[in-house]
Design a protein around this ligand. Structure first.
Ligand code: HEC
Length: 147
């Protein structure tokens, strides 16, 4: 008799799950994505890592490493563009800001690397810093300054 009550209880429990909008096995893709995909700030921390790696590699005249780190940065930009292009903290789409603040200067840096020109790498790196900070200023996080 007890087993019978338990069975009824289990059936009631299962059917109440069916009633609710999301069952146990039904997965909301948006919810999963927003929990698994790094936020824009986490991608920025990745950018900062590559940024410092570029600086160190220029000082070591390790041009292969500079090129490698520029490519890594590019991958981060692609991810931000994919997941956070229309982010509430950005005044314009990330793709637009990226085109004006990051792409030209990274293009120049690639060129200086191909010429193995340390002096112009250093000058362009300073420009990169200014442009990271300019985008921060434009988007009301000017207190975040990379150096
Ligand atoms: C498209 C504009 C834009 C560009 C370009 C940009 N940033 Fe950012 N950055 C932001 C915004 C917006 C935030 C604030 C994110 C938040 O609120 O989580 C931020 C935050 C940061 C942070 C703080 C992250 C944290 O959570 O502590 C760092 C570090 C950072 N950026 C580094 C960089 C570096 C290095 C570059 C250049 C290579 C760069 N950013 C280029 C917009 C930009």
């Amino acid at each position: 008799m007890n087993q019978y009550y338990i069975l009824i209880f289990v059936i009631a429990l299962l059917s109440s799950c069916n009633d609710s909008k999301k069952g146990i096995l039904e997965i909301d893709n948006h919810e999963v994505e927003s929990n698994l995909v790094p936020g824009i700030g986490e991608y920025m921390v990745q950018l900062e890592y590559h940024y410092h790696a570029i600086k160190a590699a220029i000082n070591d005249t390790n041009f292969k490493r500079v090129e490698f780190e520029i490519n890594e940065m590019d991958e981060v930009f692609e991810k931000i563009e994919h997941f956070h292009n229309q982010h509430e903290k950005l005044k314009q789409p990330f793709s637009t800001l990226n085109q004006s603040f990051m792409m030209p200067v990274l293009h120049e840096l690639r060129y200086a690397v191909s010429r193995k020109n340390v002096d112009s790498c250093l000058v362009i790196f300073n420009q990169l810093s200014s442009n990271c900070n300019a985008c921060h200023a434009l988007n009301d996080v000017g207190f975040i300054k990379v150096k």
